[in-house]
Design a protein around this ligand. Sequence first.
Ligand SMILES: C[S@@+](CC[C@H](N)C(=O)[O-])C[C@H]1O[C@@H](n2cnc3c(N)ncnc32)[C@H](O)[C@@H]1O
Length: 320
Amino acid sequence: MSADKAQEIIKRAMADRDVYDAMAAREKEVWGKILPDLERSEAGIEDARASAMLGIDRHTLSLIGVAMGKKLRFEHGLVLGCGAGRLDRELLRWGICGSFHGIDISEKAIAAAREFAEEEKLPLTYEVADLNSVELPEKTFDLVAAQTTLHHILFLEHVAEQAWRSLKSDGYLWIHDLVGETQAQYDPKRLSIMDRILAILPEKFRRNKINGQLTEIKCREPGQLCSPFEQIRSGEIVPVFERWFTIEWKREFDAFLCLVVPRGTRAAYLENEDTKALFEILMLFDRLCLEEKIVRPRGGQYLMRPKSVHDLPAKNTTSG
Ligand SMILES: C[S@@+](CC[C@H](N)C(=O)[O-])C[C@H]1O[C@@H](n2cnc3c(N)ncnc32)[C@H](O)[C@@H]1O
């Protein structure tokens, strides 16, 4: 039933410009606040440190790691949904890419990204634009990266086609995103696993230091997530992009861990050897759920190559 409601939201937003514009205005407002706040918040910084110490991302590999492993270097890159510019600054710092252009719908996030770039005098340019309708220059970039952005995109077909057009033919596309259930309409098996774990966890592991709330997992009504386009078509990201691109390398991860141990709750697991062991057991159980195919992965990283024009299926059309 909820899955039908989620599809209804998608259909209305695609068909009615006023509905779309109202959702986009709200989306900008939410992300213009969350991202700059997170970059500068003490709880956010402490949590990022705790995440690194726990190794919560150990089953993922950053684009830096993948590029280094494959000895890839890029001249000019594009970041789709760059937010406050976290990824572009990191890739520059590691020498993976020489310069970047970043696009985001949020003026505030772009202002913050520009400020960071100016402070550090980095070769970064930015633009406020909506990816759902953006027209990108042809064959311009060696790398297009979309990190935790595509799960906000309604017109995925349009973005996939634009990314394909904007890449040089020997270029690469990097996607790191939520690829699980559209609009977080969790599979009942996933929900049941998460609820049972949270019922066992003492409060200190459920208290979120960033937002002050207690972690609880509810299958929220479609349209009631943190922003209007949150995970709007996340389950379709990979199949849509595979029409224009071929997957060269991939890693998929996260059965429940990032929901049961979200950002803001992680420092509690560093308290002592016992709490660290508890985290390791959660991590192991998460991995086993994927290995044994109990649930599908919620996250994925994909390094893709653009298909040649002859290999594009004729039915590839932009619906945006
Ligand atoms: C979860 S944040 C990720 C930001 C950044 N990639 C990072 O890793 O820090 C998602 C970003 O996508 C942007 N976004 C959402 N919808 C968009 C759209 N239609 N066009 C451009 N950017 C969009 C948001 O403003 C936000 O900055």
